[in-house]
Design a binder for this molecule. Sequence first.
Ligand code: SAM
Length: 200
Amino acid sequence: MWDMGCDHGHLGLLGLKAQKFSKIHFVDSAISATNTLVNKICDYDSESFCVHHIDMGKVPGDQVSGEVVFSGLGGKTIEKALASLLESGLDLNRVDLVISAQSLLDDLRVFLRQAGLKLKAEYLVCENSQYFEVWHLSMDGDYPIKELGSLLWSSCDISVSTGHLQKILAPYRIKQDHGHQDLNKDLRISEIEEILQSSS
Ligand SMILES: C[S@@+](CC[C@H](N)C(=O)[O-])C[C@H]1O[C@@H](n2cnc3c(N)ncnc32)[C@H](O)[C@@H]1O
């Protein structure tokens, strides 16, 4: 398992404790993060983990396989890292991606779809009044990556899905109120409104 942009390493640590992975790779470009982490995990079997103080896009892609997690990073940062990893030989048939991006989700979805990836599962999580989409993707996934999510809305409580939809809708409403017309965005709003209505 590769915990890309691991920071405190909580995700990789869970993997380490679960002993479900042959090796956990913690990757972060911040020396403060990797130094703190090294002290935290020094009691584990040194064969079971590896800490990489490196830009995640500079990890040799041909050495990456298994579960690759990008969480708490911007969509553009994830896209850039994946593009570099692909250039250095990442084989998408050898990985499962778990992605929870903080921003620019639409652009990232397009990039992942164009790379041939599909969804295995999709979740919506609400934590401290913030909504996070979590995508589990692979080349042999079963569902298409859709702009408004495929499985997202059935993965959680109605109050969570409605809250997330309202958040997605807000910037478009402001534009509409200011008289900006955009056919694609207007279509998107009507699609979102349909989802809201069917879940209320
Ligand atoms: C907000 S933290 C996310 C931590 C953790 N993944 C999570 O979900 O809670 C972002 C981390 O990504 C690291 N980071 C950002 N860009 C990076 C890059 N290009 N390569 C490696 N690490 C990066 C930062 O140093 C920071 O520690």
